[in-house]
Unconditional design. Structure first.
Length: 393
């Protein structure tokens, strides 16, 4: 009898699980259902460009129905409310209950506000297409308000967190805002663009030479970096810093970190600080009929004590391992252990600049080659999921 595979999440982990499982399992062997809160698979690695208005929404929001159209995968657009692994059921926000033989949880991560007063209520985040659209509109509205009132807080943007999300976003603003200001009759010199990082340096993932390169390039384009100082409070129109300074700003974008998805943390699956613990074959350590892919799992290298980072490239690779292992669980054979391949890390600094490493820190890229390589890596991903076809039709 056909087994019921239920996949929660249509991001990198969930989509790649579905595509890979279907390669190995016919519709007679398994029915596959994917539940996602949006009808689209979102290319979150490019959201900073949507926020900065340098890419169209269609390029970062690909309809799941198109990507999975000929794969006999059911797509349910709904939000997961509760996972009941002991009853083999998942409750959705609409009230619908989905049953399964095997579950895949790929629900990603959530923004971590670290309990900083006022931050959640007064900041914008960059986790989805709708968040990116909100940022773009908010910035434009504040600039319009500045034009009328001359209120400096409306001409000040603070990005909290200097990881890749924060720096890529600030890079996009640095490129795009001069043009936006020109079109609104505002002097770009009136705009203050801050990136505040609690740690001693932004982009700590990169070697110093690339960090210096990124900072110099962005400072030249008007970005003010404040490092070794944490944001301690936010209001509608200001950001307080640990050193006692206050920045008057009505645009605060928080990119300070992520945490496990609370739906997963409270599900009863074995977990470690809100992220599910997994076996080397990516099964829950408490429930062998539940697999995990992406940020909602915590995966350690064999013998290592620091988990792998929550990145899109690892979620994609985990999805492929899970997709294969689902077929093994149903048809027999030996499951694959998850062994990540680190192709490198590339960060854009606006449209024509970037920094990156390829294969560990062995090869370093900067400038246009890094930016082009990032572009190419996105095209490679889209081609892998047949997204280029989905974009064109
Ligand atoms: P992150 O956790 O990597 O960075 C958050 C930064 O915010 C940290 O440097 C932290 O020190 C800082 N921070 C925390 N609290 C603060 C405070 N109170 N005040 C000021 N700064 C504070 O988060 P991210 O940038 O969203 O990245 C999440 C994951 O996704 C990472 O693994 C990252 O590598 C990956 N990512 C990759 C790409 C890419 O490959 N181009 C792009 C975006 C994200």
């Amino acid at each position: 009898m056909s087994k019921q595979i239920l996949i929660l999440g249509g991001g990198y982990g969930g989509l790649l699980t579905a595509l890979t499982a279907r390669k190995h399992l016919s519709a007679a062997e398994a029915s596959i259902t994917i539940v996602n809160r949006f009808p689209t698979h979102q290319i979150i690695t490019e959201l900073h460009r949507l926020a900065g208005d340098t890419i169209a929404e269609q390029a970062v929001a690909l309809p799941l129905s198109k990507l999975l159209g000929d794969k006999q995968v059911n797509v349910v657009v709904d939000t997961v409310k509760e996972i009941k692994p002991n009853e083999k059921q998942v409750v959705l926000s609409s009230g619908q209950v989905q049953k399964y033989d095997t579950l895949v949880v790929a629900l990603g991560s959530e923004t971590n506000y670290f309990g900083i007063p006022g931050l959640e209520e007064n900041s914008l985040v960059l986790k989805s297409v709708s968040d990116a659209n909100k940022i773009r509109k908010h910035v434009e509205d504040r600039l319009d308000a500045y034009k009328k009132s001359g209120n400096k807080a409306d001409a000040t943007i603070v990005v909290g967190g200097g990881g890749l999300t924060g720096v890529e976003l600030v890079g996009e603003f640095a490129d795009r805002l001069p043009e936006v200001c020109r079109s609104k009759g505002i002097d770009f010199n009136d705009i203050s663009l801050y990136c505040v990082e609690a740690g001693p340096a932004v982009l700590p993932i990169f070697p110093k030479v690339l960090i210096d390169r990124a900072v110099t390039s962005l400072e030249k384009r008007g970005v003010n970096f404040i490092t070794s100082v944490a944001i301690t409070e936010a209001t509608k129109s200001s950001v307080s810093l640990k050193d006692g300074r206050t920045i008057e700003s009505s645009t605060i974008i928080w990119t300070g970190g992520v945490k496990g998805n609370p739906v997963v943390g409270s599900s009863g699956l074995a977990e470690d600080r809100g992220r599910s613990t997994v076996t080397p074959t990516l099964q829950s350590t408490s429930h062998a009929d539940v697999f995990l892919a992406g940020d909602c799992a915590v995966v350690f290298p064999e013998g290592g004590d620091r988990p792998y980072p929550p990145t899109a490239q690892l979620a994609w690779q985990m999805g492929e391992t899970v997709g294969y292992n689902l077929a093994v669980q149903i048809k027999g054979g030996v499951m694959d252990k998850f062994v990540p391949v680190f192709s490198g890390t590339l960060g854009s600094l606006g449209r024509k600049d970037g920094v990156g490493t390829i294969g560990g820190n062995a090869t370093q890229l900067k400038g246009l080659p890094a930016s082009l390589m990032k572009e190419a890596s996105n095209i490679r991903y889209l081609s892998h999921i047949h997204g280029l076809f989905a974009l064109a039709h």
